[in-house]
Design a protein around this ligand. Sequence first.
Ligand SMILES: Cc1cc2nc3c(=O)[nH]c(=O)nc-3n(C[C@H](O)[C@H](O)[C@H](O)COP(=O)(O)OP(=O)(O)OC[C@H]3O[C@@H](n4cnc5c(N)ncnc54)[C@H](O)[C@@H]3O)c2cc1C
Length: 458
Amino acid sequence: MDTATLESLRSALRGPVIGPEQPGYDEARKIYNAMIDKRPAAIVPCADAADVIAAVNFGRDNGLEVAVRGGGHSGPGLCLVDDGMTIDLSRMRGVRVDPEARTAQVAGGSLLGDVDHATHAFGLAAPAGIVSTTGVGGLTLGGGHGHLTRKYGLTVDNLLSADVVLADGSFVTTDENRHPDLFWALRGGGGNFGVVTSFTYRLHPVDTVGLGLTVWPAERTPEVLRWYREFLPQAPEDLNGFFAVLVIPPGPPFPEELHHRKMCGVVWCHTGDPDRTGEVLAPVNDPGPPAFHFTTPMPYPAVQSMFDELIPPGLQWYWRGDFFDRITDDAIDVHAKYAANIPTELSTMHLYPVDGAAHRVGPDDTAWGFRDAVWSGVYGGIDPDPGNAGVIRDWCVGYWEELHPHSMGGAYVNFMMEEGQDRVHATYRNHYDRLSQIKRTYDPDNLFHANQNIKPAP
Ligand SMILES: Cc1cc2nc3c(=O)[nH]c(=O)nc-3n(C[C@H](O)[C@H](O)[C@H](O)COP(=O)(O)OP(=O)(O)OC[C@H]3O[C@@H](n4cnc5c(N)ncnc54)[C@H](O)[C@@H]3O)c2cc1C
């Protein structure tokens, strides 16, 4: 982009425009996954919805590739685009809680930690993900699962309305009654339909919760998974527990003799009476005594940020995922194999429960395509050293390839790299055609295509 073009964009905005020649450019194009090294021609950190409108109009009228950045946690770096424009919402953070109505209005560039902090003051919480530095934007638009899913549903099941800047530059508020087709599509369809400048969520009474961590040696993965697959789905909905294969980090609460050891385990979040968490989790002894079992009451925002330090921005990430409605014996063999050969200390596999309250929403009520899934699986290759990028990728792809035949065939859209159109279809299943029609209505020229792209219907 030449200087005059950049200047004309600048004059339309309250926020700055950061081009490759500007100081701060390299900082502005950094995202969470350090494996991504994209160089936009312009980064536009918007100050408000008016800036977003100006940026969308400018990008469209000048034929630029356009990407939208919320929290910057996209694995494949879909929030940046080489040589195009990134509409950066990272300055648009803020949360207004209405404690009486039990709702929160959240600016489109906010992070999960912003929401947890603001709502906790009122003893309330919005169901979202498990790492506080994740953006509400990408997480919500993809569906959003975390510690509260079994009790209160996906993030999209708690979305009440959204303010959206559309591809033609118009601004709409959408909910069940206003542009219901758009509202349906936003609840799982990703960033395909416009730039969301504000989300309104339903909140729930969540204050101090019972945190639990239970681990067993990796070689006991088969018996632990056989127990977990039976225990979790029939457990009360106020108990959430995601299964993991992992290497124990060298720090509390884990005893020193477990540090750096390959293990499997479950991270529990109990939203019932925290004094009863120990009792609710007594069955963890059923597959044989764990190497370590720890429970404690904890303020919900502390649970939400407990992984932040372990996985700061700037690591190499490669991930893949799939949905599962059961964990077969054959799948367990694959988990046992990959648990034994985790390539780096931070690499991990998680199975997040997506049953309970998430199953009480009808299969066609939102764009989320897998109401019949019980787990959303992700294999994450993670390491600080760029020299290990190949190793973590190979572990992840190998894990995925061997487990995919035992899956439901599609993945959570937020756990995909750039894996091609077949995988996008597999994510949305029978919802793809409807999404594609809605895309034609709201973005017929596919301006918003830096995402897991839904093509406008012809
Ligand atoms: C450490 C870590 C932990 C995670 N944990 C969870 C978890 O517990 N649960 C879960 O469900 N997911 C989880 N995820 C996945 C997460 O949901 C996705 O990475 C998601 O895309 C992050 O959103 P973001 O806004 O931070 O990302 P970005 O990279 O900014 O955006 C991702 C996509 O969303 C679009 N987008 C973002 N904001 C907006 C907006 N306001 N309007 C329109 N489009 C927008 C972007 O254009 C891009 O296509 C995790 C990811 C990481 C890295």
